[in-house]
Design a protein around this ligand. Structure first.
Ligand SMILES: Cc1ncc(COP(=O)(O)O)c(C=O)c1O
Length: 360
């Protein structure tokens, strides 16, 4: 087995221990005689898997007891629609901090059913930075403020929770959930596709405050209703059983390795190493402004553009995969989620230094 250095933005690298556990349980889940993907979601075995996954998440993120945790499908993209559908009644609107492509999509989807107001829009500055709270105000009549905690494509990240001026706060935390600490109790809805820091695609973690459950419109199509999903324990229909098993394994792995705080320290260290390399000479050119840089996705280019393709090609050949930047931004993007080993970053930095020497 050869496992390369996977810097892909998602689905992303998982800890090898987790992958091994999936492999082991695929043919027989524990000692049940049934394979992992062949076990009923209505079985006691699966019920304890989903319960343990949720409990693990509650412990890792210190989720208040009166908050609801749902494990849904449809990715973060469905939440762009489902959140306003549930949390806004007709005629109501939410404020949105537009810090990248995913928050633009949030606004587009929100406006298809309700209304959304962009209270800050970073598109003119090519989304190279995150606003500070004095740069935006929250509308008096809006029902909540939405932000994207980490902008996967542009490589920017909120360092502090935005100031919602006491309004309910909703966050798309798809690319930094459990990779950085988050104060759950100051949010009313946290949603995240699992496929970066928490497991495979096909599972969406949703954490809802009592306000969100109370505010959620009743009489929505069942699959789109937070209330129904809560009443049915995330199993109104057949859930992604395999994905939820992997999620549980990743959460246990985070727990065994010191929890979210320790994951954060490891992620900071990885990011520091990459940014030190990028900042050390003018050979490299960072994309995001320094204060806004993400510790999950580092975006940069080579100042001499003609060297970009040779760099990517050589990196691929040497086993550094997934480094090509998103098509909107181009350049290089190194994604460094929880599952990425420090040694992968060390090897990349060494390769970058070597490449630079040969081409300077
Ligand atoms: C921050 C963010 N939000 C939303 C999405 C879309 O997620 P999904 O594919 O789960 O709908 C992504 C995907 O990369 C993302 O990075």
């Amino acid at each position: 087995m050869v496992r390369v250095h996977n810097f892909g933005a998602g689905p992303a690298v998982l800890p090898l221990e987790v992958v091994e556990s999936c492999k082991q349980n695929l043919a027989e889940l524990g000692t049940t005689g049934l394979g992992l993907m062949e076990t009923s979601h209505r079985s006691k075995t699966f019920q304890s898997i989903i319960d343990e996954a949720i409990l693990e998440l509650r412990e890792l993120l210190k989720i208040p007891e009166d908050y609801t945790v749902l494990l849904l499908q449809g990715g973060a993209s469905l939440q762009f629609h489902m959140a306003p559908l549930n949390l806004l009644s007709e005629g109501e609107f939410a404020d949105v901090l537009v810090t990248g492509k995913w928050s633009q999509n949030t606004l587009i989807e929100m406006r298809k059913i309700r209304n959304g107001a962009p209270v800050w829009d970073g598109s003119e500055g090519d989304f190279r930075r995150i606003p500070i709270s004095s740069e935006y105000s929250v509308s008096q009549d809006s029902k909540y403020l939405h932000y994207t905690s980490n902008n996967t494509i542009y490589g920017t990240q909120f360092k502090e929770r935005p100031d919602s001026r006491s309004k309910p706060l909703v966050v798309d935390a798809s690319s930094d959930i459990c990779g950085v600490p988050i104060d759950v109790s100051s949010h009313d809805l946290i949603y995240a596709g699992a496929q970066k820091n928490l497991g495979p695609s096909g599972v969406t973690v949703c954490i809802l405050s009592p306000w969100a459950i109370e505010k959620a419109n009743s009489n929505l199509p069942s699959m789109l209703s937070y209330r129904t999903q809560k009443a049915k324990g995330s199993m109104f229909n057949t859930p992604n059983t395999y994905g939820i098993f992997v999620l549980r394994e990743v959460l246990r792995w985070i727990g065994r390795n010191g929890g979210v705080e320790a994951a954060y320290e490891r992620n900071k260290r990885k990011a520091e190493m990459i940014y030190e390399a990028i900042d050390s000479t003018a050979f490299w050119s960072p994309y995001a402004e320094k204060e806004s840089r993400s510790i999950m996705n580092a975006t940069f280019r080579i100042s001499d553009e003609s060297l970009m393709e040779p760099f990517i090609a050589e990196a691929e050949e040497l086993g550094f995969k997934g480094l090509r930047g998103h098509r909107i931004v181009g350049g290089i993007r190194a994604s460094m989620y929880n599952g990425l080993e420090l040694s992968s970053v060390e090897s990349l930095v060494q390769f970058m230094g070597d490449f630079e020497k040969r081409h300077s």
